[in-house]
Design a protein around this ligand. Sequence first.
Ligand code: GDP
Length: 424
Amino acid sequence: MVKAVVGANWGDEGKGKITDMLAEKADIVIRFQGGANAGHTIVNPYGKFALHTLPSGVFHSHITNIIGNGVALDVKKVMEELKSLEGKGVPACKLLISDRAQMVMSYHVQFDQWEEERLGKASFGSTKSGIAPFYSDKYAKIGFQVSELFDEEELKKKISRVLAQKNALVVHLYGKDPLKEEDIFEELMGYREALKPYIADVSSYLYRALEEGKEVLLEGQLGTLKDPDHGIYPFVTSSSTLAAYGAIGAGLPPYEIKEIVTVVKAYSSAVGAGAFVSELFGAEADELRTRGGDGGEFGATTGRPRRVGWLDLVASRYGCRLQGATEVAFTVLDVLGYLPEIPVCVGYEIDGEVKEDFPVTTDLNKAKPVLKTLPGWQQEIRGIKNYADLPENCRKYIEFAEDFIGVPIRMVGVGPGREDIIYR
Ligand code: GDP
């Protein structure tokens, strides 16, 4: 059986913790898209970890962790993460890396930086991890797949072809020194050495695992609103963040994905540029940002302060629909305990009309939030284990969100720790 854990919003919904918890019952945990540009924060008995590329199952020795073909594979970062786990005493994990995954090259990271510099103020707020140049090259068919590392003669020919094109940009658009063929070859040979112990034919492995009745968990990065097709284009990421893409990015039949746990945060946060209708500014924003998440809303990978706002139910319902949510995990609710009243966004006013369906970007940029104010509970809820023991106004907040979204909320996050979760 395949289950997916994905985000409904802009990312940072707290998928890491939910995945870490669900991973315990899984046999296989798979990353199927994205790269080292975002990160999950996981707090467990070994310490606090920011995982960027490794699947969340790496803390459990019974789990096979897979980096699927859909991932932007940053070999150096994967190796660094493996080392950091070892350094904190986590037992060695089982890891497979798809022979169809493509590698993030050092020039992808450089191109990302140069392009952001070139765009200046008009930049997209990229994390400069090379993700957009990587996926552009993959679809322009000039990327390097892991399987290509083993035929050195062919590889050299390909490097020469690729660099003819890359260097035109390096020299004439960015005014930098051209890339050298031998450096790129060396880089790729280094990746080959590092990857060797992990390379696998993942789709065959999964086919057999599913025949044997294994439990598989697909782990999404970011959320629906960052999807290149269904998100706030162009302020999106470069690979699909939807559960449906799990089938492609891992190599599974789509009908195998039976459960789609979609994570919605009890308020909103976003990194990077783009419309954010329920965004808060000034002192109200600072307070929520400082109290938010686990020790404040700052990016797990970049440390950048996140933009924060009220729960956006228009965006969350859309986010859950596009994911195909079968249940919702509603996280970080404990953070809202300081508020006497809590506004939530229930509509977008666009050109004088109130809409409840999430619009395309051109309309989204004109949208003003229609807020409904719910009573707060002004109480610490960390440590509560049973739904019935939550304050009444807190339950009402959850049930209001559930009614609007139209998908059952089965888990409620009341703290950053693994045990800080209420099942309904
Ligand atoms: P992800 O990318 O969706 O995994 O999100 P992150 O892990 O980057 O961000 C979520 C942040 O919220 C992390 O710092 C988590 O430790 C924290 N977190 C997750 N669930 C809860 C919760 O229920 N309450 C609180 N206070 N923090 C939470």
